[in-house]
Design a binder for this molecule. Structure first.
Ligand code: NAD
Length: 463
């Protein structure tokens, strides 16, 4: 089922159509935005089984995992947005400076206009639709480009939306790299990209030519630290959950482990136990365990098995493109499994004696998207959260910081620019216009040229 690339004309027409629709003003009224969001929720609810089937075909996602991470999370985000949109759209009054007495200042959110949302393949529904919620809530139109690597999901999304939404408002534009390159050549008002660091750089370069604002949700290597005082059984469970969801193909999955030397043996035992509890003795036969998206990524992951000593796991199946949950002790810190983003169920483990070693290692690498720390010690928690830079993360858990609308989600440095979720999705897709409303009841003359004592008063006020 190859995905057809779009022609230049098709891409230009789609953008012009949305530009005209945006200019008509129809996307702006609060009620229209709410209607669009409600329609979006019903598309997801009413077509749940088609979506789940496509996700199973593309990534062997179990119903539990697919519902939670691809549909449920979106329905929750839409409900939260609908509950709060009335207050988010209101102009925000700011304080008045002494120099501005008599006036009032406001920040008025306005939509950017026509937005482009580019999605990756690993959570192909969530990562295409979650930014769309923000785009619609803020009053924009959107062209959404799903990944060509999950073709069943891309097709199902495009068919569902075509029946429900006009392309002048939302256009799910199927296509691959060529289509994306054509899209990046268009005069969008905002670009929201989720994907890899190298493509993120291509997107930013294209956006810079027209000074289009961007959000870049990228990836990288997210460390997971297990300190000596951690509750090892609980930690192992929560880490196995985060590492093995979607077979490790999660941008915020713990990428590699740092375990305190005194906890190493017990932690490995507990981790094995958790894996067996979740996926049985033979995970490759479990209907809860996913597959690798394609042969290229499968072979890349298999090659990492040569980068160290396998502690457990290490098996694979060339037919089903699955790799067992695997823990390895890397040969050194420069092998590919320790320098490239893994994005699979292979877990390199390093040990440490002093927290300083961990901090120095993490600080020497690009700033991670996520960081997880397992400890009961408040000082250790403070030390890590205050002294290391990373997008976000959890203490004593994994992944869960992404699933609350109250925490903005995004990276820093090489792991991304900007954030979204909850109000942050609304503000990402809004420009806040700063407006000062002056009083006509009086007028300070000291600001005008040649006013008597003007400079003296100004010197007193402005210091
Ligand atoms: P990718 O960068 O290869 O592709 C993302 C999108 O860009 C796709 O729609 C694709 O068609 C397009 N694209 C690919 N190559 C292109 C090119 N040369 N020019 C123009 N467009 C191009 O990413 P992926 O493999 O789909 O996803 C995996 C990556 O995404 C990982 O690095 C992961 O960490 C990251 N990711 C980040 C988040 C986040 O929220 N921060 C979420 C999921 C995935």
């Amino acid at each position: 089922m190859p995905i057809r690339e779009k022609s230049r004309e098709e891409v230009i027409d789609a953008v012009v159509l949305q530009k005209n629709h945006y200019a008509s003003g129809k996307t702006r009224p609060l009620e229209a935005r709410k209607e669009n969001l409600k329609k979006l929720a019903s598309v997801l609810r009413e077509n749940e089984s088609n979506i789940l089937k496509a996700l199973h075909n593309d990534l062997n996602k179990s119903e539990r995992e697919a519902y939670t991470t691809e549909i449920g999370i979106l329905l929750e985000e839409i409900s939260f947005t609908l509950k709060n949109l009335d207050s988010w759209v209101k102009p925000k009054k700011v304080k008045t400076a002494v120099t501005h007495i008599g006036s009032k200042g406001y920040r008025i959110p306005e939509p950017y206009g026509v937005s482009l949302i580019i999605a990756p393949w690993n959570y192909p529904v969530q990562l295409a639709i979650s930014p769309l919620i923000g785009a619609l809530a803020a009053g924009n139109t959107a062209i959404v480009k799903p990944s060509e690597l999950t073709p069943h999901t891309s097709r199902v999304l495009s068919e569902l939306f075509e029946g429900i939404f006009d392309k002048e408002l939302i256009y799910i534009m199927e296509g691959g790299i060529e289509t994306n390159q054509l899209l990046l050549d268009q005069p969008f008002d905002y670009i929201f990209f989720t994907g890899s660091v190298p493509v993120g750089k291509i997107v930013m370069e294209a956006a810079s030519k027209r000074l289009i604002p961007v959000t870049l949700e990228l990836g990288g290597k997210s460390p997971c630290i297990v300190h000596e005082d951690a509750d090892l059984s609980l930690a192992a469970k929560r880490i196995a959950f985060g590492k093995l969801a979607n077979s490790g193909q999660t941008c915020i999955a713990p990428d590699y482990l740092f375990v305190h030397r005194s906890a190493e043996t017990k932690f490995i035992e507990e981790f094995k136990k958790a894996v067996h509890e979740f996926y049985g003795e033979e995970p490759l036969k479990s209907d809860q365990y996913g597959k690798i998206v394609n042969e290229r990524h499968y072979n890349r992951l298999k090659s990492y098995l040569n980068d160290g000593e396998v502690i457990f796991g290490g098996g694979f199946n060339d037919q089903s493109l699955q790799i067992q949950p695997t823990m390895i002790r890397p040969n050194n810190n420069e092998v590919p499994v320790m320098t490239e983003e893994i994005f699979g169920p292979i877990f390199p483990m390093l040990t440490y004696d002093r927290l300083e070693e961990v901090k120095a290692f993490v600080a020497s690498r690009p700033k991670p998207l996520a960081l997880y720390l397992f400890t009961e010690n408040d000082d250790v928690e403070k030390d890590i959260t205050q002294n290391l830079s990373y997008g976000g993360g959890c203490i004593n858990d994994t992944l869960m910081h992404i699933a609350t609308p109250h925490l903005p989600f995004g990276g820093v440095g090489e792991s991304g620019i900007g954030s979204y979720h909850g109000e942050s999705s609304f503000s990402t897709f809004s420009h806040y216009k700063s407006v000062l409303k002056q009083t006509n009841l009086f007028d300070f003359s000291f600001k005008y040229p040649n006013s008597k004592n003007g400079l003296k008063i100004l010197r007193r006020l402005l210091r």
